[in-house]
Design a protein around this ligand. Structure first.
Ligand SMILES: [Zn+2]
Length: 289
């Protein structure tokens, strides 16, 4: 009998040291580690070397373990973070990576036609481009006015700007992350702005930073409502189930500035946005169209 139904202990993959239960030994993270270690060994991601090394580089040290651990937030799923993660790895397409591209200057024509040396469309130019800058400034204003982030200096303070937008770090140190809402919001922003930027070439559209900002707010609003509804359902389950369910307090913290205070007399599935968030959305709609 014990042979037909072995006890649920004493499992480990060949790359693991300790024996544990089958379900603990075979999580997605552990299987991924098991399958990739033989190929990569101790090698680090190439972006750790390349961000400070390339011609269009950044001028501060990066504490990478903190950045890698910050991947994934309660307000952004892997699809919404996809472009930011790709950008972190220096993997998005920009013209100066493509030797066969007819031109390597910025596709948004962010320069004077008589400029003898127009700006190259580099990885860092996605943050520094004066036209995309209008978009980033609106995003940073939103993080300050709605998400309660301390003000992030404008582009003139290059390092602070790059730390926040690229890595989700505060201006003060290289190890302190911005709050969860702000990091999630900036990752939504990367997904939207890069789609609008790409469509300039693929669909021959005109890049409009105001429309891109509105679409970022809509994407972030969807994530906010998704979390609010999931949390309400979790509360319901906690009340009526004895099964272990994640504590909704963490979600409440993430939603603090995003939703209006709960009124127990209203519909539990109704989640009105906070006044600053709703005001920002209304203003963005007015500016975009
Ligand atoms: Zn540009």
């Amino acid at each position: 009998m014990a042979g037909a139904f072995p006890p649920h202990v004493g499992f480990k993959l060949s790359t693991q040291k300790k024996y544990t239960t089958f379900t603990r030994a075979t999580t997605i993270k552990k299987i991924t580690t098991h399958l990739t270690i033989p190929h990569i060994g101790n090698a680090r991601p190439s972006c750790e070397y390349n961000w400070p090394m390339t011609t269009h580089n950044i001028n501060f040290d990066i504490y990478w373990p903190r950045i890698w651990r910050s991947i994934g937030t309660i307000l952004s799923d892997p699809t919404e973070e996809r472009i930011w993660r790709l950008y972190l790895h220096r993997g998005v397409y920009v013209r100066n990576r493509d030797n066969l591209a007819p031109t390597q200057v910025c596709r948004l024509n962010c320069f004077h036609p008589a400029n003898p040396s127009p700006p190259e469309e580099s990885m860092l130019h996605l943050v520094d481009c004066p036209i995309i800058n209008i978009f980033w400034n609106k995003c940073l204003t939103f993080t300050y006015t709605v998400l309660g982030t301390p003000p992030i200096p404008p582009r003139a303070h290059r390092n602070a700007y790059h730390k926040a937008i690229i890595f989700g770090l505060t201006p003060a140190t290289i190890t302190t992350l911005l709050n969860t809402q702000t990091r999630a919001f900036l990752r939504h922003a990367w997904g939207v702005v890069y789609r609008h930027f790409t469509q300039v070439d693929t669909d021959l559209t005109t890049f409009n930073p105001h429309v891109a900002f509105l679409h970022t707010l809509l994407s972030f609003r969807a994530a906010t409502l998704r979390l609010a509804i999931t949390t309400a359902q979790d509360r319901h389950k906690i009340r009526y189930s004895t099964l272990p369910i994640s504590d909704p307090t963490k979600a409440d913290e993430a939603l603090t500035n995003l939703l209006a205070p709960r009124d127990p007399n209203t519909d539990p599935l109704s989640h009105p946005l906070s006044l600053p968030f709703q005001t920002a959305l209304t203003q963005a709609e007015a500016e975009a169209y």
